[in-house]
Design a protein around this ligand. Structure first.
Ligand code: 0O2
Length: 238
């Protein structure tokens, strides 16, 4: 059995060392864009290119929606867009946690957030408006919606998560690329970004009290969002 990811040796600085090559059979099945005899490093780059192309496609769609809204409403429903391709370390960590075999085919079938786009909007209504506009496009297939705004996580995390399959046209074929889109307000993003930094301070113990305080901060952010939403509605800027 080919085990590509387990043969990627990630060095301390996050760089990936490539040790082996994938079989012709697996390359053909999973990566139809590739020539047969590419070495491991090129194969890994090809896969990441596939996801990056998906990110570019979604980002372009979002930018068009943002501009169109701007022309009609004199304001932007998107504050900023950030994207990333998951590091090999992070992919391997997630697959190990899910007890999945460390193969590329398994990664492609089970890990939907290799390509991720984060969209930050001013108001809650913008989050849902942008999500609806995106999901209604004919070359986009909605695989999963997790609404952590309607139902926040226990720790207070709020965001709207979509998994979309996006059609991307390459020189000789169309491929469906899975992308995770996280949409949230500026306040939700402030909380999530700072909470992430605190949680990853590994030298310090994350106590129950800290957990409680963070939950309170999340609730404060949510209250601010609701107030801003009401103001937007009163001023008819939604
Ligand atoms: P990173 O570095 O952001 O990529 P799945 O197997 O994907 O269905 P999972 O991973 O539980 O299950 O998916 P979920 O809950 O829909 O979303 C996971 C991602 O949401 C995380 O990615 C974070 O980006 C974000 N997220 C979820 N919960 C929290 C939270 O409590 N705080 C913060 N700051 N972000 C959160 P990763 O994979 O953890 O990492």
């Amino acid at each position: 059995m080919n085990n590509i990811l387990s043969r990627l040796n990630t060095k301390k600085d996050g760089e990936v060392e490539f040790i082996d090559v994938v079989s012709e059979e697996e390359a053909e099945m999973l990566l139809p864009l590739m020539a047969d005899d590419l070495d491991m490093e090129k194969q890994y780059r090809q896969i990441m290119f596939f996801y990056e192309a998906g990110i570019q496609q979604v980002t372009a769609k979002l930018e068009i929606l943002n501009k169109e809204f701007q022309y009609c409403n004199d304001r932007n429903p998107i504050e900023n867009i950030k994207s990333r391709v998951k590091t090999s370390d992070s992919i391997i960590g997630k697959m190990k946690k899910k007890r999945l075999p460390l193969t590329i085919s398994c990664m492609m079938r089970n890990i939907y957030d290799v390509a991720g786009v984060r969209v930050v909007c001013p108001f809650i209504s913008d989050v849902y408006h942008v999500a609806r506009m995106l999901m209604n496009q004919t070359d986009v297939e909605v695989i999963r919606v997790k609404d952590y705004i309607e139902t926040p996580k226990d720790n207070g995390y709020r965001s709207l998560h979509l998994i979309l399959m996006v059609d991307v046209f390459f020189s000789d074929q169309m491929r469906k690329v899975p992308i995770e889109i996280q949409l949230r307000t500026i306040a939700m993003n402030f909380w999530a970004s700072t909470e992430h930094q605190l949680r990853y301070k590994k030298e310090k113990e994350f106590t129950q009290e800290m957990h409680k305080q963070l939950k309170r901060c999340a609730d404060l952010m949510a209250r601010a969002d609701r107030k801003m939403q009401r103001l937007a509605e009163n001023l008819s800027v939604e």
